[in-house]
Design a protein around this ligand. Structure first.
Ligand SMILES: NC(=O)c1ccc[n+]([C@@H]2O[C@H](COP(=O)([O-])OP(=O)(O)OC[C@H]3O[C@@H](n4cnc5c(N)ncnc54)[C@H](O)[C@@H]3O)[C@@H](O)[C@H]2O)c1
Ligand SMILES: [Zn+2]
Length: 417
């Protein structure tokens, strides 16, 4: 209730955010100015902190040092270990303390983060907190970091057993992407990164899906380093990276601060987080996401939204990349129901599940029932066998009547929104 002498001031302000993601080649070649430039194109003056992932330091450390030496850019180095277990608030404080030690300015000496998604999230969070926010430069060195984290405004660390529980929205003004840095990644990391590319393909880019379908195994084998000699005129790796970044950027740009909770780019991320947290041996993020994509595709196929041939293409493409199709936790309907309930808490108690209506086309559904989850989990259980069932066996599995699990799929199909 307003009292006679009460007053109220309402402050409203809008902050426009612009940041760029730039592809470059030979990023550590001293003649390439990109790495040394300050956002806005000026050369650096004071001392800058360069934070390097330990694995990257082993491979590229000498080149990085040579780059800054020859360009007379004053820098200090520190290394951090990759891996989810190292994404902690302690790591953020360690970076902050190094920034203090070298006297980082509010604007003029933005740190440079060279490493995978874990390092990017740590340095990004530190930069967003230090002096209430300083700019920084992102150089992602994993495929996941290049196609997914690169366009994101988010950072964060794990806290009290929860992934990304502490974090902020604070994109760096500049992200530099050099595909050649991926040449030293373990194959499993490449596959995991392609899991996110597959997600983008399924929700909005049928051409990207065709590239993954046709070139999946060689993209992994050559670690996205195709040369003209190997692939003729076409450069599938380049196109896969560019299309993935474009797809992510389009998906994020209208909803950068995630005020809208219905997000198509969350495809594959509804059922996967719980699996990612609980699976032992540990799964990589892109592996869990790829399984999440498949689980949702099975749900859509069982409703008759996606036809069986399309689902089989998705299964074969996932397997072609060398990604695991399923996991016992996806085959456990109780875990999947729990996963949905958990995710709904992040979505204001709405399901907001993205379903595929075709490869590259989506609809949202809000009314998935337990029996559908049970049927999809039963399908995922069939995929647990060491050999992927052939197309005929998959078709047979998909044609099993929905009535056996107590719901009529034809009744639900039209309820997608
Ligand atoms: N902020 C975002 O929007 C966003 C988006 C996607 C992912 N992420 C986060 O990213 C993290 C996963 O990232 P990741 O998969 O890059 O993991 P990561 O950073 O742990 O890197 C994976 C492994 O590869 C090593 N490595 C990195 N670059 C290498 C190279 N060029 N050659 C050889 N080895 C190299 C690392 O040392 C590490 O062991 C997760 O914590 C996830 O939450 C954040
Ligand atoms: Zn993801």
């Amino acid at each position: 209730m307003k009292r006679a002498r009460d007053s109220r001031w309402t402050m409203t302000a809008t902050r426009e955010v612009t940041y760029e993601v730039v592809t470059t080649s030979d990023i550590f070649d001293p003649d390439n100015p990109e790495l040394g430039l300050l956002p806005g194109g000026r050369m650096g003056g004071g001392t800058r902190l360069v934070v390097i992932d330990e694995a990257v330091e082993r491979v590229f450390g000498n080149k990085i040092r040579r780059y800054f030496n020859l360009n007379n850019i004053a820098v200090e180095y520190m290394t951090l270990c990759g891996g989810e277990e190292n994404k902690t608030i302690d790591a953020v404080l360690k970076v902050a303390s190094k920034l203090s030690e070298i006297g980082t300015d509010r604007v003029g000496t933005p740190p440079i983060a060279i490493g995978g998604g874990v390092l990017q999230d740590i340095v990004g969070m530190t930069a967003s907190l230090y002096r209430r926010g300083i700019p920084y430069v992102r150089v992602p060195t994993t495929l996941l970091g290049q196609i997914d984290g690169s366009v994101s405004a988010k950072n964060g660390v794990n806290y009290e057993g929860c992934r990304n529980r502490l974090g902020t929205f604070a994109p760096p003004p500049k992200t530099l992407i050099d595909r050649a840095l991926l040449a030293t990644l373990p194959e499993r990391q490449i596959r995991s990164g392609l899991g996110e590319a597959l997600k983008v393909a399924l929700i909005k880019d049928a051409r990207l899906f065709e590239l993954l379908e046709t070139h999946g195994s060689e993209l992994v084998r050559y670690r996205l380093q195709d040369s003209d000699a190997r692939s003729g005129d076409s450069q599938p790796s380049l196109e896969v990276i560019q299309r993935s970044i474009t797809g992510m950027a389009e998906g994020l740009t209208k909803n950068l601060w995630e005020s809208e909770l219905k997000r198509i780019v969350d495809y594959g991320h509804t059922f996967s987080p719980i699996v990612e947290m609980r699976a032992l041996p540990k799964l990589h993020h892109g592996e869990a996401v790829a399984m999440g994509c498949l689980f949702s595709a099975v749900l859509a196929a069982n409703r008759g939204l996606l036809n069986p041939e399309q689902l089989i293409r998705i299964i074969n493409t996932t397997a072609g990349i060398g990604l695991p199709l399923t996991h016992p936790l996806f085959a456990d309907a109780d875990v999947m129901k729990e996963a949905l309930a958990d995710t709904m808490r992040h979505r204001d108690n709405n399901q907001h599940i993205t379903f595929l209506a075709d490869i590259g086309k989506t609809v949202f559904v809000e009314d998935v029932v337990d029996a559908e989850i049970e049927r999809a989990s039963a399908f995922m259980a069939h995929l647990l066998q060491p050999h992927v069932p052939d197309d005929a066996a998959l078709t047979k599995l998909l044609s099993e009547p929905g009535a056996t699990t107590g719901y009529d799929a034809s009744q639900l199909a039209h309820r997608a929104v």
